[in-house]
Ligand binder design. Sequence first.
Ligand code: AOF
Ligand code: ZN
Length: 340
Amino acid sequence: MSYEELMLRAITKADAFKYTAKPNPVVGAILEKDGEIISEGYHKLFGHRHAEINALRSAEKLKNIKFNSFSELTLICTLEPCSHIGKTGSCADAIVKSGIKRVIIGSVDPSSKVSGKGIEILRKNNIEVEVGMHQDLVAKQNRFFFYRHKNNMPFITVKIASSLDGKSHYKNNERVFISSKESREDVQLLRAEYDAILTGTNTFLNDNPRMNARVNFQVNQPEKILLSTSLGVIKNTDRIPFFQGGRVTHIGTNLLERVLPILLENDKCSILVEAGPKLANAFLKAGYVNELIIYTSQKKLGQNGVDWFKENNAIENYGFKLESSYKINTDLKEIFKRNE
Ligand code: AOF
Ligand code: ZN
């Protein structure tokens, strides 16, 4: 296999771990000799060993069987090997120590902890380094991670479920399921992709949500964030579904510029806002939203419903354009992107 084929293989196989590696990026590493794979490694679980270390460890077992010295091998890795001593040690240092002499890298790591320092360590130790092979694919598969580190901002998506007549819920807060069961299942998948789910007082009180990702595969559950000034200290949390399973953060301010730094804590890159019209519009108005996802059902709520948006053309006026749309049962799912 060529280096390019190996890079594409590493990118593809790394992607399978996107629900368990997050908020870390997915990363793949392959060691090759004369076009043949000697070993492969992937970053499978947040906090666990990095891809390069896994590849090095597997190769170690084949030394003197498939090769005699690591200097015979080329390392192909999707992301720049890390330079920091993080949870599991520096990959760049481990590569140097192994005796590898050639490394092909997909993309530079955009995080300030690394960003070029890993490559520098390799080059300083006389390792031949090539950077940029399929870097766009690597950035795309880690779009939240790249966005967060390039902009020092979280990637924020607002998700709403709307009736056909543009309403969110009934004025008297009578409980109503607007979208179909299938759409609600789709939302579970969406939740599984994000590092945190954010909601506000009204949704918290009226819907009593669990706000976790209920999917039938392993997932690093998103942190739950409650934005509320009115609730004060919440007691008896062991009886509230929202507080069960996974980390919960209660933020006692509605000033969004004060909220942003808190959204970046604990390595978080992406936030899914699942809130009512007030909070959703506040995020949109502040210009903090990257993506807007709307599930629209065939149901109408009529005069007793509360509008999602005040104006007719609100989505376009907020600076969004439609990127794609899908039918889910009788609902319509639309994804809007911010005009860049
Ligand atoms: C690599 N190989 O497989 C991954 C890397 O908290 P830690 O120690 O796990 O470090 C996480 C950071 O390491 C993450 O923010 C990113 O910069 C880099 N990810 N680097 O060399 C890997 N997953
Ligand atoms: Zn590393």
